[in-house]
Ligand binder design. Structure first.
Ligand code: FAD
Length: 351
């Protein structure tokens, strides 16, 4: 499902609809458009679909999805992915939509951080609370090293071989990378702000065993300041709970403080906003720009409630409005999935 068409050298991908955000509402938008015979591409800055459900609370149960008395958040995402399968959606993950412009002919030109370009008839912004960004280390002078000696995700583990590494964090990412990098690092130190870890207990036990065996060090501390010599990062100072500052030599800092959503570039596209949400009407869920729609947590209108259920309803109505925008001559009529032969054909259901 994840389309590899992300070769920036090729021309733009031409699509009837481009959906920004693969959270539950973006995914259901694919379904509602698919029922009307409209194909969609979806872009998300996360490496996986599911938005807040997958990123913030995958194991928590949800109790207010109609006809599902209880459904795990990741389970909901998996069910949505299964439901949209007949429409073969093209998901472009791990890239943020950074540029958006309306062309003179009324179509939209959109570009992602990976250089992928789209030529879209309509755009649906299903960006939730915004794109998830890493929480930064928050020490003076860090910006100069971010993306190089300070990284928020491991891009190439092989490059870290033999290096003196300091990792920050206490969740699964921090612990998984600690265990993965330990055998090949020059030295490895893990720093976490408190004695308890959020990561899987088995990983924590393995890490503690490696500390006991003298293979790595682990400190309860916070980052305090950087050590820099001749413009190069040489280490990091950490502050322990007793207030002492300790110097750790390091060539590479890997920071896993989790992700937080940021509205980001969407706020700069000239669309009408209210309290950092996109203003839409409650009939078409269209933004202040014709052809650009917004569904789910990103939108606002009188009575808006940020619930998955509301986003699903918005996606259904937006789909009809999108169809009308793309094909104004086409007569619209409501069909039931129960009885419509054309919908059965689109869903791959034998009649
Ligand atoms: C702990 C918790 C529990 C919750 N429980 C419930 C519940 O029980 N019932 C309920 O109805 N709701 C619940 N919610 C709320 C629910 O999760 C949201 O209403 C829902 O996720 C909104 O879906 P969405 O698709 O609009 O946005 P999101 O889930 O936020 O997804 C938006 C996606 O857009 C992507 N994105 C944003 N900007 C860009 C960009 N520029 N380029 C590329 N991608 C971008 C983001 O990376 C993200 O993946 C809960 C929320 C939390 C945090």
């Amino acid at each position: 499902m994840n389309d590899p068409q992300s070769n920036p050298g090729h021309g733009p991908i031409v699509t009837e609809a481009l959906i920004i955000g693969a959270g539950p509402c973006g995914l259901f938008q694919v379904f509602e458009l698919g029922l009307l015979g409209i194909a969609a591409h979806v872009v998300d800055s996360l490496q996986h679909p599911g938005g807040q459900c997958a990123e913030l609370y995958p194991d928590k149960p949800i109790y207010d999805i109609p006809a599902l008395p209880v459904c795990g958040a990741q389970e909901l995402v998996d069910r949505l992915l299964q439901q949209i399968q007949p429409f073969k959606p093209q998901l472009h993950l791990g890239q943020e939509v950074v540029q958006f412009a309306r062309r003179e002919d009324g179509r939209f030109q959109v570009r992602t951080s990976a250089g992928l370009q789209f030529d879209a008839g309509t755009v649906v912004i299903a960006a939730g609370l915004g794109s998830f960004q890493p929480r930064r280390i928050g020490v003076e002078g860090a910006e100069a090293f971010e993306g190089r000696a300070i990284q928020y995700r491991v891009k190439n583990a092989a490059e870290l071989a033999g290096k003196h590494l300091v990792l920050f964090g206490g969740g699964d990412s921090a612990l998984d990378w600690t265990l993965e990098l330990l055998p090949r690092a020059g030295s490895l130190t893990l720093v976490h702000r408190r004695p308890e870890f959020r990561a899987a207990p088995a990983s924590v036990a393995k890490m503690r065993a490696a500390v006991a065996a003298g293979r790595m060090r682990c400190f309860e501390a916070l980052p305090h300041s950087l050590q820099v010599e001749d413009g190069a990062l040489t280490g990091v100072n950490i502050r322990t709970p007793d207030g002492a500052v300790q110097a750790l030599p390091a060539e590479q800092l890997l920071v896993f403080f989790g992700l937080h959503p940021k509205l980001g570039p969407i706020a700069e596209w000239g669309l009408a906003l209210e309290k950092r949400a996109l203003k839409v009407d409650a009939e078409k869920f269209q933004t202040s720009l014709a052809g650009v729609f917004a569904v789910g947590d990103i939108n606002t209108y009188p009575g808006k409630k940020k619930l998955i259920l509301s986003g699903f309803h918005e996606a259904a109505l937006a789909a009809f409005a999108i169809q009308h925008h793309l094909y104004p001559q086409k007569k619209q009529f409501l069909q039931y999935t129960t009885t419509s032969p054309v919908m059965h054909q689109r869903l791959g259901v034998p009649d």
